[in-house]
Ligand binder design. Structure first.
Ligand code: GDD
Ligand code: MN
Length: 387
């Protein structure tokens, strides 16, 4: 080997593309060719096909296609696993044997256009993970039946809310990452959701989304079945627990519920404060009119509720006078508004809906207090509602 060839060999490999396959005999060759065509001329890359002993011979086809591709600077490796062991674990196997600086993961059924890869390579210069997304502006899905669209959106919402993930398409199977970011991560690799796990576990990674259009496969069929759905639930559950165990960044849902819990506790103490303040006033001033005493109790309890919520529920320790007064004004306003909502709702439920008082009361109190919580969270204490 001459010196130049040796140098070439030592140079870092810029790209590994991982292609998991199970029964993709009609797609795999086209896939490999279109990736080769889409890459910038002369770019060195490896394509790693991870085949789970597909009965239709995908592994052999990939292997012989590798030989025909020859001299284009692209090497092809075929990893053969003994049985169908799942998509995520196939991707992981590919990533473990990859040597590229950047790893691109995509489906092998032509649903993910290889033309998007150069765009990903460009973006990843400025971040750690690039997600090709169907749900950002400019992205789309073609050829999916209505039912599949709904399922996808639903799974998407679950991931985003329960795991506090910000990006629009955490279920994407088409993404790129810098290989070094997976060092030291222990993957569960359950089911399909490799990206989800990466997003949860690669702390501090900078993520960018770029649009692409998912084109439903023309050949072969999807392997997404009910087992994959069950695996999905398991994977999300494990990631949720993982997120709770890691103390640094608590899940939005947990934060939201714990604040709501504090807000209600404060509300309950407010009732006691209200009662005792009114009562105390009648003891101190025996001649006071009982309605005046009650108004006094209400004002005191609104004030104590405000202070407890500021300090404890919303953990706001800033008592600058102007700000505090403005907050107090809003808080009192919302309390009055809440009382009004409660009264009118109660009246409406009992009078025109014929609902019994006890149930109507519960519904009215719940509505008013939830409303109060949300209004104060957003406007008085200036927090995002879902956080
Ligand atoms: N090696 C291996 N082992 N490959 C697998 C396995 C497996 O157990 N299961 C699926 N694959 C391969 C398929 O051959 C295909 O290349 C790719 O993984 C995706 O499988 P499909 O069955 O085509 O998935 P899909 O089109 O229904 O789902 C796609 O969209 C989802 C978003 O809604 C995928 O991109 C998913 O990753 C994505 O979440
Ligand atoms: Mn597919």
């Amino acid at each position: 080997m001459d010196a130049f060839a040796q140098l070439l060999k030592q140079e870092k490999l810029p790209l590994s593309v991982i292609l998991p396959t199970y029964n993709e005999s009609q797609n795999i060759s086209t896939m490999i060719d279109s990736i080769a065509d889409a890459l910038p001329r002369g770019m060195r890359a490896e394509i790693i096909v991870v085949d789970d002993s597909s009965p239709d011979g995908t592994g052999d086809i990939a292997q012989s296609h590798a030989r025909s591709l020859g001299s284009r600077g692209i090497q092809i490796e075929v990893i053969r696993r003994p049985a169908k062991l799942g998509l995520s674990s196939a991707i992981l196997a590919g990533a473990n044997s990859a040597s590229g600086e950047v790893v691109v993961v995509m489906d092998s059924d032509m649903s993910h256009p290889p033309q998007t890869i150069p765009h990903m390579l460009d973006e990843i210069k400025r971040c750690d993970i690039v997600v090709a997304s169907r749900y950002v502006k400019g992205g789309a899905v073609t050829g999916w039946p209505f039912k599949r669209k709904i399922v996808s959106k639903g799974a998407n919402k679950i991931a985003r809310y329960s795991l506090g993930i910000r990006i629009k398409d955490p279920m994407s199977g088409f993404f790129a990452f810098k290989r070094h970011i997976i060092h030291g991560i222990k993957f569960d690799a359950i089911g399909y959701k490799m990206l989800l796990e990466l997003l949860v576990k690669a702390r501090g990674a900078r993520v960018t989304e770029i649009p692409y259009t998912f084109i439903n496969r023309r050949f072969g069929k999807s392997k997404l079945d009910s087992k994959v759905a069950v695996d999905y639930a398991r994977a999300v559950w494990r990631l949720y627990r993982y997120g709770r165990a890691a103390p640094t960044e608590r899940r939005a849902s947990v934060k939201f519920l714990s604040k709501a819990g504090r807000f209600y506790t404060v509300g309950a103490t407010g009732l006691l404060v209200n009662y005792f303040a009114s009562f105390l006033l009648t003891v101190l001033l025996p001649n006071v009119w009982y309605l005046h005493a009650t108004i006094f109790g209400i004002l005191v309890s609104i004030t104590s509720n405000f202070i407890f919520n500021k300090l404890w529920t919303f953990e706001d320790r800033d008592f600058a006078l102007k700000k505090t007064l403005a907050q107090y004004g809003l808080f009192s306003g919302f309390s009055a508004f809440g009382a009004l909502v409660q009264l009118s709702m109660l009246f409406w439920l009992v009078e025109s809906q014929g609902i019994g008082y006890p149930i109507a009361l519960v519904v009215a109190v719940a509505t008013a207090s939830i409303g109060n919580f949300l209004l104060n969270k957003k406007w008085t204490f200036k927090e995002r509602v879902w956080a």
